[in-house]
Design a protein around this ligand. Structure first.
Ligand code: ZN
Length: 413
């Protein structure tokens, strides 16, 4: 039988004592060290801990594992005060009081909010938007009260806006430490999403720390670049691939809607439903498409040839970002693509203009490709292993929803 070794990347002191399937995910029985002495929260009496164990278990949500939720199962422990008989919960080190998820689940929620909103993130994780909001509230309160250790070495940072309430236009700026790219950590947050908010975040770093930053990642807005320009004197600006793709896909989608509008109007209700799901396939990576969907899409392209051209632009763009080994080759591949795009769809010219404005910063992404290529290589191997051992279909989001340190995947493959 095939075996797989996984590194769960547990916080220090937490140990796994058992595993079982739980709901539609994974359940890990965990234990953690308990304090030998306790002070009563009611009468302040301090003594050796008087342990009391609750019958039954508490389940807390942790990060996703192979696209399925995982849970930590533990037996709640209490201290019973011998002075006033008050019973108090000994809160596990991996979660805060009165919540049913781990600290790192909270951090994960925060990172998913970049480029998204509360409703979307809630849907994706199967929790309510209110819970997302509550988590953000607690995380921001923590970050605001936390000081950055001036001795901490920070070489790469990301600066992003979070959209908390889309309708109410509530935004915060978040500064993340990307020095260890696999484990981004929140450094600072500030209200708003303008240059001042960016500066406020960066000023939490010492002068020496700011001088030590080599790259920063931001979107294609002027605000954060202006803030970083003065405060990170030695850092190279990188516009994240993710932000470029978002911008590009929005421009493509606008054209797609224009092409299909008339066609859609003549469909029956049932046909329209099938059409909508086909449009989802339009956005998907062709390599992940089933044969059946390929044929359906092909049929549609026969009816709407301009949609095919548009689709090919989309695929080519992504492929360049996936495969170009350096900035020069990326640029040489992008130029003819842009020419064709504008020739066929003049409205796509505005994307090309935006690209031109940020060309330097976008191409900087390709300078650091080596590291992400290494990650993608491991990713592909991990996928193979997972499909072979478990047959999980939802392994696609392994890295993006990431949880596992699959460094050992190389050894297994
Ligand atoms: Zn007491």
């Amino acid at each position: 039988m095939a075996t797989i070794t996984i590194n769960l990347d547990l916080p220090p002191d937490v140990t796994v004592t058992g595993y079982e399937r739980y709901s539609h995910g994974h359940g890990f029985k965990v234990s953690y060290p308990l304090p030998s002495r306790c002070r009563c929260e009611r009468c302040r009496h301090e003594e050796n801990t008087q342990f009391e164990y609750k019958n039954g278990f508490q389940v807390v949500r942790d990060l996703d594992l192979w696209g399925q939720p995982s849970f930590w199962i533990h037996q709640p422990v209490y201290h019973r005060c011998s002075n006033c008989t008050h019973r108090q919960h000994l809160i596990p080190p991996f979660k805060r009081k009165d919540v049913s998820y781990t600290y790192r689940f909270e951090k994960h929620v925060l990172s998913l909010l970049i480029g998204s909103n509360e409703e979307e993130v809630g849907r994706r994780l199967g929790i309510s938007a209110e819970m997302v909001e509550f988590i953000v509230h607690n995380q921001l309160a923590d970050a605001q009260s936390k000081k950055i250790d001036p001795k901490r070495v920070i070489t790469d940072v990301g600066i992003d806006e979070l959209s908390l309430k889309k309708r109410h236009k509530l935004y915060v700026t978040i500064l993340t430490d990307l020095t260890d790219a696999e484990h981004p950590e929140v450094l600072a947050v500030a209200e708003g999403r303008d240059e001042a908010a960016g500066r406020k975040c960066l000023e939490k770093l010492s002068l020496k720390q700011r001088q030590g930053v080599r790259t920063y990642r931001a979107d294609m807005g002027k605000a954060f670049h202006n803030a970083c320009h003065g405060l990170l004197p030695n850092a190279k600006a990188v516009v994240d691939r993710f932000h470029v793709a978002k911008n590009f896909n929005e421009a493509i989608d606008k054209q797609r809607k224009a092409i299909t509008r008339e066609y859609k109007a003549n469909l029956s209700k049932a046909e329209r439903k099938a059409f909508r799901s086909l449009m989802w396939e339009f956005r998907r990576n062709p390599k992940e498409r089933t044969e059946e969907d390929k044929q359906k899409l092909e049929k549609l392209f026969e009816k709407l040839p301009r949609l095919r051209i548009l689709h090919q632009f989309r695929v080519r763009f992504q492929e360049i970002f996936d495969t170009a080994p350096n900035r020069k080759q990326a640029y040489q591949a992008l130029l003819p693509l842009f020419d064709e795009m504008v020739e066929n769809f003049p409205d796509l010219g505005s994307f090309v203009v935006t690209f031109g404005t940020w060309e330097e910063e976008i191409l900087n992404y390709f300078d650091d490709r080596q590291t992400s290529a290494a990650v993608e290589g491991i990713n592909n191997k991990a996928r193979v292993i997972i499909k072979r051992c478990y047959g999980l279909k939802s392994a696609d989001s392994l890295w993006t929803r990431m949880v596992l340190d699959l460094n050992r995947a190389k050894e297994i493959a």
